[in-house]
Design a protein around this ligand. Structure first.
Ligand code: ZN
Length: 434
């Protein structure tokens, strides 16, 4: 099954018409990718121009297509605009809204030599679309836009409100995106709202993210004393001490042995990542050594406890090797309580994925890194889903055109169907595309 799309003899129901419309939207999806890719939206903190040009284009397109008025919530980041866009379409019950949350900014292109072309110019290889941001998060943005457009053109009624939130500043976890929107008064999100983030998934569309691990990025800086390697006794070798520290940190896995089969991997991880180049040359005892540790913990583990354990290990290694060790958490995202796997939105999404792709999607915990954690911390249910290969942040990032269109059909079903309590779905496991 090449793309997993089930073929049906469609009756001319409104949903059948919308499906046909979406399946015929390939050229439009490519054109939108072209427009989004060429508007470089890397955050100023990462050396980019920010999201304004992209937000201008999207606002104009959304309003020209009649998808609704666009509210723009902007912050000034050292004089640079950091825009957030909100669109809300009214449904029968306007006391609750299903929000589709995407981000406007993209990761930096990285090494230009690693790309087979200009990262900010869309390249098309058959159904494969290549360029910075095509997967993260353009695929999600375009799927939602196409689904909303199909809704407007077919006039299918909405059981509850549907919203699109396009936020800035996701990649650095900074204050100008979702956090800025949440600081608005009144907050644009109500107590009955729920969120879907089309920002991560697997190749099949089989993973419904309901939980995320907590994340720490820690810098470990070992300070010894430089010397000539001919007389190492006169120095204190920071590199050698750092190597002992790196091995000693493996004890963290034993100190935090929690397991949860919802996650893959099911345990906490403590992974050494970036190692900086030592000062001096190959005949110098280095007086400084710096490396980083990526920590991912299950929601049952407190990051404060992990930091305390890291500091204890560092103190012990520092004493043994007569060096000072600084422990600096550079990135920190505390875990949030998971969205229950039994939440009606999870079941609704699983049914839509089954109808469109013929895949049994299951609730899972993912490694962290989306805005769902902040949404959940605010008390709202949030699920993360998309059908994609996971090329975000890499050189030659790509996405598949059929996934944009298929995902749009899945999201359309979420928009027009109502979450029902367990056991009340019509006809049990509903099959078929209409
Ligand atoms: Zn993303």
């Amino acid at each position: 099954m090449a793309w997993g799309t089930r073929r049906h003899a469609r009756s001319r129901t409104p949903l059948g018409t919308a499906d046909e419309l979406l399946e015929g939207s390939g050229d439009l999806a490519v054109a939108l990718q072209e427009e989004l890719v060429r508007r470089n939206a890397v955050a100023p903190a990462l050396g980019g121009p920010g999201e304004s040009a992209k937000a201008d284009f999207l606002r104009q397109w959304i309003e020209a297509e009649g998808l609704g008025p666009v509210a723009r919530v902007s912050g000034s980041d050292g004089g640079m605009e950091r825009p957030n866009l909100l669109v809300r379409r009214a449904g029968t019950a306007s006391d609750r809204c299903l929000w589709f949350l995407c981000h406007l900014d993209v990761a930096p292109a990285g090494d230009p030599e690693a790309w087979r072309g200009d990262p900010f110019r869309l390249r098309r290889e058959g159904d494969k679309l290549v360029g910075r941001g095509v997967e993260d998060n353009h695929q999600g943005i375009i799927s939602v836009l196409l689904a909303l457009r199909a809704l407007v053109q077919t006039g299918i009624p909405l059981p509850r409100d549907v919203g699109l939130a396009l936020v800035a500043d996701e990649e650095t976890g900074g204050p100008w995106g979702l956090d800025l929107v949440l600081r608005q008064r009144p907050v644009p999100f109500g107590p009955g709202d729920a969120f879907l983030l089309p920002d991560a998934g697997d190749e099949e569309g089989g993973v419904i993210g309901v939980a995320e691990k907590g994340v720490l990025g820690v810098r470990l800086r070992v300070l010894g004393h430089g010397a000539s390697a001919a007389v190492p006794i006169t120095g204190r070798n920071a590199l050698a001490a750092g190597a002992h520290l790196l091995v000693a940190l493996e004890a963290l896995a034993h100190r935090f042995p929690d397991r949860d089969p919802l996650f893959l991997p099911s345990h906490c991880t403590f992974e050494p990542t970036r190692h900086l180049e030592s000062p001096g040359d190959l005949h110098t005892v280095p007086g400084e050594d710096v490396f980083h540790l990526d920590v991912r913990v299950l929601p049952t583990v407190r990051l404060d406890d992990v930091l305390t354990a890291i500091r204890e290990i560092a103190t012990e290694v520092g004493r043994t090797h007569r060096v000072a060790i600084q422990v600096d958490p550079l990135v920190r995202e505390d875990p949030a309580p998971p969205t229950p796997s039994s939440h009606p939105l999870v079941r609704l999404l699983a049914r839509a994925v089954r109808q469109v792709y013929g895949v049994e999607a299951r609730p899972r915990g993912i490694g962290g890194g989306t805005l769902a954690t902040r949404v959940r911390r605010g008390g709202w249910p949030a699920v993360v889903w998309a059908r994609q290969d996971g090329t975000a942040h890499q050189p030659n990032e790509y996405c598949w055109l059929p996934n944009i269109l298929g995902d749009a059909r899945v999201l359309l079903r979420l928009m027009i169907e109502e979450e029902r309590p367990e056991g009340t779905e019509p006809g049990g496991a509903a099959q078929g595309g209409t």
